[in-house]
Design a protein. Structure first.
Ligand SMILES: Nc1ncnc2c1ncn2[C@@H]1O[C@H](COP(=O)(O)OP(=O)(O)O)[C@@H](O)[C@H]1O
Ligand SMILES: [Mg+2]
Lengths: 377, 308
């Protein structure tokens, strides 16, 4: 039946070819390294220092104090000052600033009104003390500025804070300081593996054809399954190296903890690598050349990254999108790796995802093996 | 009867509308070199791929080493060796690594593998190239390596698809010596070629044109059996002479080869030399001599569809 010797022959040959292909080898190391540094530092979902314009029509000590308070939140930085709201709107249109704060002439009166706890019988309408004009096209920026709406003015009017009691108390588990890196680094493992594993294997079979080796190969007694297994093993190892780089450096540079057990981590990762590789192999048996393989890889990678929950929380997606997302191995892995790394989840707790990944691997391998034909017609 | 290594009946293969191999019947006995002779595109490779189980025939059947095709070709793989027309081993692997791969795939145990590869390297004079990447070798060296890989598992039947089309004459000579050694050891060989001199070295050949087998037999028999008389013409103005001969009904063909015309005349003509002298309007300077038919004459007459 399946011969370990023939699998060994394929494996050895693949390793030699890989060793001589310095470009691929460099990519294997550089992709996780660069992406970790890039995303670790660049992606930040807590917005800070949005450039904003200031239109201060009241020009009083009060308005200057208010501006200082707003800047102290660090949500915005005032980079421009204008005399009229129209100028500020133009600056927003020109993308010089993302938002503008307009403080009206009667700022002092409005503030004092807001201080009055709507005295008895005094039903004078209260008005906001100032207005924000926001470039709402980026929802993240808009949300950050909206967060300023309810900024307390107690300090401003030198009155003991009428200490507001929040409706809810929020206890933040697992990432109490709300650092984006803690969520991004484990997710990055999924992204990098999806990219590299599918990409490398999607070229694995067509390459034999393109380089003219297929006719020789299918004339030997090698069996399709032996070929598939021999081609997968080197990338299993490469995938693990990449995971080690991302999680290791993530721990070193970004202080991302690894709370879970190493055994669980290894199992989860191997399952996902296996699923990605077998998916790549299937693509490789469909593609006629390496360019087609690359196109198909892109076709698969993009939705699996976008829907995986790496960029947008899975729970926020509409139901149909969630169903589609659950087809992709990356989605399951994303929640599993975050589970292991951040919450110390066990394999039993994640049995559903683990089963899906195992099934995906087996089915993928079977499809690739079945599709691979030892004939030229 | 059925100890033939290859036997085909009505073997046919279409690619879309194009019929690459057309209704070919073959019978190839063991212990010989059998050649498929024909111009490029006549279906040699397609025929060979059907016999190795790589292509499924559109129609017809083949029996190769007792295995019926189309059918389960897997069992056949260990008994046949196949050297493809274009070099199909790994160019980014060395000679040793390529042969090591082949040996492992064919199931050689570690110890035997090493001695078998060393034996082949010596036999095919590749010791100096052991650690050279196969992609960086000369055509002749690549061809010897491909042969070594094809015979590594001691196949009973060896398929060679235009093995010498990319090598110099000296390498060709050495290569054919190696083939005769293999036959001597009991291997049967099927080889394709478009070279007459190579075809002449084969024990038997089949002449193919447009996928159709025009003629087969042993080269000496084919030459002896040519139904035409061959005459050579030397002299001035051979182009004009050829035009005149082409227009003459009893002349089957006239072809210029260097400073000569090679002319085939219908067998029933009593004085072919006289006819040619007259038809070609040769003056006193012209020289006409009768000569023996060669394989090229056989090929020309077979593929122009006459005198067979
Ligand atoms: N895979 C294929 N698809 C379409 N046409 C093919 C294919 N292989 C061969 N042919 C056609 O079949 C004919 C015979 O080709 P081939 O067997 O390669 O000839 P030869 O080996 O004698 O040069 C040619 O006209 C060629 O174009
Ligand atoms: Mg050919």
């Amino acid at each position: 039946m399946i011969s370990p010797r023939r699998i060994g022959a394929i494996l050895k040959k693949e390793l030699i070819q890989l060793r001589r292909d310095s470009m691929t080898l460099r990519m294997v190391i550089m992709i996780p390294l660069i992406q970790l540094l890039l995303f670790g530092y660049a992606i930040n979902t807590n917005l800070r220092e949005v450039p904003a314009a200031l239109v201060d029509q009241s020009r009083t000590g009060l308005s200057r104090a208010l501006v200082q308070m707003v800047e102290a939140t660090q949500v915005v930085t005032f980079t421009h000052t204008f005399a009229t709201p129209e100028e500020a709107e133009r600056a927003i249109a020109a993308s010089d600033v993302r938002a503008a704060l307009i403080l009206p002439h009667d700022l002092a009166r409005r503030v004092s009104q807001s201080r009055d706890p709507a005295g008895p019988g005094k039903r004078e309408t209260k008005r906001p003390v100032g207005q924000w004009i926001v470039d709402g096209s980026d929802t993240m920026v808009a949300a950050a500025i909206r967060g300023l709406r309810g900024m307390p003015l107690a300090e401003l009017v030198q009155q003991p804070a009428n200490a507001q009691v929040p409706t809810f108390e929020v206890a933040l588990f697992y990432n109490p300081e709300q650092r984006s890196e803690v969520n991004i680094v484990p997710g990055l493992v999924g992204i990098i593996l999806t990219m590299t594993m599918i990409m490398f294997t999607s070229a694995a079979i067509v390459r034999e054809t393109e380089r003219g080796n297929m006719e020789m190969l299918i004339n030997t007694p090698v069996k399709p399954l032996e070929l598939m297994i021999g081609k997968i093993i080197p990338f299993l190892v490469i995938g693990l190296v990449q995971v080690a780089i991302v999680l290791g450096l993530g721990n070193l540079l970004f202080n991302v903890p690894i709370n879970g057990g190493m055994g669980t981590l290894l199992a989860v990762t191997l399952l996902f690598i296996g699923a990605s590789l077998s998916l790549g192999l299937v693509l490789s048996t469909i593609a006629k050349n390496q360019l087609q393989a690359m196109q198909m890889t892109m076709f698969v990678i993009l939705p699996s990254i976008l829907l995986s929950g790496f960029m947008f929380p899975f729970d926020g997606m509409p139901k149909p999108a969630q169903y589609i997302a659950e087809l992709f191995p990356a989605t399951h892995f994303m929640s599993m790796i975050r589970g292991v790394v951040l919450r110390d989840a066990t394999l039993v707790e994640m049995a559903g995802g683990a089963l899906w990944l195992s099934g995906f691997t087996v089915v993928g391998l079977a499809v690739a093996t079945f599709r691979f034909n030892k004939r030229l017609d | 009867m059925s100890d033939a290594v290859v036997e085909t009946h009505g073997l046919t293969r279409d690619f879309g509308d194009k019929r690459a191999v057309n209704n070919v019947d073959l019978r190839i006995d063991p212990g010989m070199i059998y050649g498929f002779l024909g111009p490029n595109g006549c279906g040699k490779t397609t025929l060979m791929r059907m016999l190795t189980g790589l292509l499924t025939p559109t129609e017809g059947t083949a029996r190769v080493l007792g295995t019926d095709l189309p059918g389960n070709a897997e069992g056949l793989k260990r008994q046949i060796g196949y050297m493809t027309q274009t070099f199909s081993h790994y160019r980014d692997l060395t000679v040793w690594e390529n042969l090591d791969f082949a040996a492992s795939v064919y199931g050689y145990p570690r110890k035997q593998k090493k001695s078998r590869i060393e034996e082949l390297l010596t036999r095919y004079e590749l010791e100096g190239q052991v650690n050279q990447l196969s992609g960086s070798m000369s055509g002749g060296q690549r061809q010897k390596m491909a042969l070594a890989a094809a015979v590594l598992h001691n196949p009973r039947l060896l398929f060679l698809d235009e093995p010498t089309s990319a090598v110099d004459p000296e390498s060709r000579r050495v290569f054919w010596e190696a083939l005769f050694d293999l036959v001597d050891d009991g291997t049967s060989i099927i080889v394709t070629t478009h070279f007459m001199d190579e075809a002449e070295r084969c024990h038997r050949i089949a002449i193919l044109e447009y996928g159709i087998k025009r003629l087969d037999g042993a080269p000496p028999d084919l030459m002896a059996g040519l139904k035409a008389q061959v005459v050579q013409v030397e002299g001035n103005n051979l182009r004009e002479a050829k035009r005149l001969l082409d227009a003459t009904p009893d002349i089957l063909s006239a072809a210029q080869i260097g400073a000569r015309l090679r002319v085939m005349v219908r067998p029933e003509i009593a004085d072919p030399e006289g006819l040619v002298r007259k038809a070609a309007n040769l003056g006193a300077s012209g020289m006409v001599t009768g000569t023996r038919a060669n394989l090229e004459d056989v090929f020309v007459s077979a593929t122009t569809g006459e005198a067979t």
